[in-house]
Design a protein around this ligand. Structure first.
Ligand code: DOR
Ligand code: ZN
Ligand code: ZN
Length: 402
């Protein structure tokens, strides 16, 4: 049994409490628990529910040279995430139960955190023919063609009907195929997809929103009864196009936008238009990211730095509270995607992260758990690093391996 002593436990508020863990469960929470247990001193640390990232690329099956379920889940654990959702741009694409099972078998064998794979929206993510959504529904929480926009509106409409029938969520990579990655490519797609989502009354989630206009459309759409939600990524909150300077580790899709768009992204999060922070963890090999800027692939890793970036920039600066942090990284992802809520309470599976808020730490290449190293945040001095992550009662990450 593991006893976490003297931590500041995040429930509805912060309280100094001990937590006793037996097997996978939390069995007691009280001000002073004593006994012959494996004691971990958490004095001065915050104990937070396990974080949830609804937008992660783990590359397996198909692109194991970039990342695997094993290394990606280790990266999640280091970042304090005990629950993640994996995107379907894989080989094979999980567009049928047969293909999805290939991914699920590896998850069951290798993952150290809880993983919920997305099913694809179209066959091979080609945007021509719907995936086997009815069959996939038994195994997945949500459907997505992330990486590409769905531009065949007839297909979008039909797919929405199937997703609605099965009470799933669609996660949209909104990108118009004429304007592509320009701001207009995003917000045009957002505007038209909202119309279809409302028409079909389907739960519709926009991935990685990055322009002021997109947030304006979503803010308006939320006044309607249809459940329209969106996520923002740390890079669109804290980086902008002025910082790119030809560096491949600042290249992703959607790309970094103007300073005004970055500010609109922060405002959308603070005013509740954006519901979730998700990393869009997108690992690529060193060779791929060493190509010149125009030839290197889109994407940066993000699982390990999401919490420290948000803590340092928004919580430590008092722009937002720990309860906001819990809404963006635990409560809203859990509610919108129908996942475990990771609440710290007796009887629940123990999914939690212990966070050091006092000691700044500079992110370095040597500590990365992901197989990839394509992070723009190497050398960033940040606060709010996980020091211990527990998933289903097991220690899945401990700083310095202690
Ligand atoms: O930056 C990105 N990386 N954007 C995407 O749309 C795809 C993702 C990836 O799979 O690498
Ligand atoms: Zn995407
Ligand atoms: Zn993505």
């Amino acid at each position: 049994m593991i006893l976490l002593k003297n931590g500041l436990v995040m429930q509805d508020e912060l309280k100094k409490l001990d937590i006793l863990i037996d097997d996978e469960k939390i069995i007691e929470i009280a001000p002073d628990i004593f006994g012959d247990y494996e004691v971990i001193d958490c004095s001065g640390r915050i104990i937070f529910p396990g974080l949830i990232d609804v937008h992660v690329h783990l590359r397996e099956p198909g692109f194991e040279y970039k990342e695997t379920i094993k290394t990606g889940s280790m990266s999640a654990a280091k970042g304090g995430f005990t629950t993640i959702m994996t995107m379907p741009n894989l080989k094979p694409v999980p567009d049928s139960v047969e293909n999805l099972k290939i991914e699920m078998d590896i998850i069951n064998k290798d993952s150290i955190v809880n993983i919920y794979p997305y099913g694809a929206f179209t066959k091979g993510e080609k945007g021509e023919e719907l995936a086997d959504i009815d069959d996939l529904a038994k195994y997945v929480k949500a459907i997505s063609d992330d990486g590409v926009g769905v531009n065949n509106l007839e297909l979008l409409d039909q797919g929405m009907k199937l997703v609605k029938k099965n009470n799933l969520v669609i996660a949209s990579h909104a990108e118009d195929n004429i304007y592509k990655t320009a701001p207009k490519g995003e917000y045009l797609a957002v505007e038209r997809e909202i119309k279809y989502a409302i028409k079909n009354d389907v739960k519709y989630h926009f991935c990685h929103m990055s322009t002021k206009e997109s947030f304006d459309f979503i803010r308006e759409a939320k006044k309607n009864g249809t459940e329209i939600t969106c996520e923002v990524a740390p890079h669109h909150l804290f980086l902008n196009e002025e910082m790119i300077k030809g560096n491949p580790n600042f290249k992703m899709n959607p790309p970094l936008r103007s300073r005004e768009d970055m500010e609109a992204t922060i405002n959308a999060l603070l005013d509740g238009t954006a519901d979730i922070i998700a990393s869009d963890h997108a690992p690529h090999s060193k060779e791929e990211k060493q190509r010149e800027y125009s030839k290197c692939p889109n994407g940066i890793i993000g699982l390990e730095t999401t919490l420290p970036l948000v803590y340092t920039n928004l919580i430590k600066t008092n722009k937002a509270s720990l309860l906001d942090l819990k809404r963006w990284l635990v409560d809203n992802p859990s509610r919108i995607f129908n996942l475990e809520n990771n609440e710290i309470k007796v009887g629940n599976n123990c999914n939690l992260v212990v966070i050091d808020i006092d000691n700044p730490h500079t992110y370095s290449i040597d500590e990365i758990k992901s197989k990839a190293q394509n992070s723009p945040y190497i050398g960033y001095k940040l606060y709010g690093w996980p020091v211990l992550t527990i998933c289903n009662g097991k220690i899945v990450y401990q700083k310095d391996g202690k």
